[in-house]
Ligand binder design. Sequence first.
Ligand code: NAD
Ligand code: DAU
Length: 339
Amino acid sequence: MNIIVTGGAGFIGSNFIFHMLKEHPDYRIICLDKLTYAGNLSTLEPVMDNPNFRFVKLDICDREGVYQLFEEEHPDMVVNFAAESHVDRSIENPEVFLQTNIIGTATLMDACRKYGIKRYHQVSTDEVYGDLPLDRPDLFFTEETPIHTSSPYSSSKAGADLLVLAYHRTYGLPVTISRCSNNYGPYHFPEKLIPLMIINCLHDKPLPVYGEGLNVRDWLYVEDHCRAIDLIIHNGKVGEVYNVGGHNEMKNIDIVKLICQALGKPESLITHVTDRKGHDMRYAIDPTKIHNELGWLPETKFADGIKKTIQWYLDNEDWWQPIVSGEYQNYYEKMYKDR
Ligand code: NAD
Ligand code: DAU
């Protein structure tokens, strides 16, 4: 089995490549990644010498390059993680989100149509469903919840999802889509809540909580997400959407306090800053379908996963230090200086 994994130098894609090479040692994995600010080749160092692995630096919007790769590799499957993934950046500059997340998805699927494919899998997000109110804990996102987006990021992901389903209906492309809740774990880029708070804590820097910090996210350990995608691409029904999440809802402020406590830092580091524009209040996934159809359940409890994650950042300063001391500094200044 030859699988092209796009965006494999990023957070979830890299964890997925490690998972696949371990669980399916006879598969060949070809990682296609543009290496944007969020892509880090050093992440893939442990598998670079694996004869069943190939890295190709390429933009998913580069039609000629993508077609050439298909001619070289004859992939059986494509798993598309490549995306601009940060909501705050999409609020600053939506254009690149439309380009990569929508046009890039279409380009990959055109290659699949041209050369033939057993499965195209789109890694989507629960953010396509918009948000839920805080005072209705009985409500959850199911696969039938209407698409109702809030940010340029989630709109671009929803646009891509609609295209994927349209390519299935119009051209019969064998597609699946997964919509997962917030992931956490190793190799998470430090602009996102959990790694940002861990690293700021380690530097005794202020911990910038947007608004009151009452927004709720449904956190899933990244390895559980990777297992879910592995199951969907092998056993999922073509043309179907699968929600992925582990009923682990937490308020942002509670996550930040927990990180302070775990690292022995005072909560006085917490600084409430101006809220994100259009900030979604609550995400909560109903994972009944993937559980009933594919037998998936999360394996890592949050209490264990967050401990492992904090320990990973303590042990792997070599990975994040070059990131936070480079271009990231300018990003941080711009986003948080006068907030
Ligand atoms: P990330 O930002 O850490 O990584 C994205 C990767 O895509 C990077 O390696 C980057 O270089 C690459 N990339 C970006 N533009 C590209 C392009 N034009 N061509 C080729 N490669 C390109 O993202 P992540 O958090 O790992 O998310 C991966 C996917 O999962 C995304 O599609 C995201 O929407 C989705 N998702 C993320 C989460 C989460 O909590 N992080 C949850 C649900 C779904
Ligand atoms: O739900 C899935 C989505 O989760 C994915 O589709 C996105 O790619 C991924 O980035 C993530 O989106 P969020 O916006 O939920 O994640 P983020 O880590 O940016 O923020 C989590 C919450 O924390 C959110 O309510 C905003 C808040 N926050 C974030 C940062 C970076 C803060 O309060 N302070 C911060 O500095």
